[in-house]
Design a protein around this ligand. Structure first.
Ligand SMILES: [Zn+2]
Length: 140
């Protein structure tokens, strides 16, 4: 079911163009929609990976989805808080988003659990805390 942490680790965790943090502290993920084949993709890319069209435009994606899979990561580049939980969340648009999963112990997570988008401090660099998007379980 779960991918190994090593595989997951290949994925970019911080995607500056892919998230907009609103003034109220809420976050929105930004993806693209292809004008030719209607594929939706996250994070945003200049060329549609399905049909190679450059006729793509930015869209804001849903801030809720369901948990597809996750893994606890114990080894990370220095400055990252470990262990952390990383996973894939499926959005209603058919987009699968790789993100940190916060706000719940990993043994409390379940497949298809409803999740919503938030932001979290995920590490530390020279400039201070590194904040990015993350998903957290919807409170029951
Ligand atoms: Zn396309």
């Amino acid at each position: 079911m779960a991918q190994s942490a090593e595989e997951m680790h290949e994925q970019p965790l911080l995607a500056g163009d892919a998230v907009r943090v609103e003034t109220d502290g809420g976050a929105k993920l930004v993806g693209i929609v292809c004008g030719d084949c209607e594929a939706k993709v996250f994070p945003p890319v200049p060329v549609c990976p399905e049909c190679m069209s450059e006729n793509v435009s930015e869209i804001e994606l849903s801030d809720q989805g369901s948990l597809y899979t996750w893994s606890v990561v114990h080894v990370a580049p220095k400055n990252w808080k470990v262990p952390y939980t990383a996973g894939y969340v499926d959005l209603p648009e058919g987009v699968r988003v790789f993100a940190h999963i916060v706000g719940a112990d990993s043994d409390k997570l379940e497949m298809d659990m409803p999740m919503f988008l938030t932001t979290a401090v995920l590490g530390q660099d020279e400039a201070g805390p590194v904040e990015s998007y993350a998903f957290t379980p919807v409170a029951k």
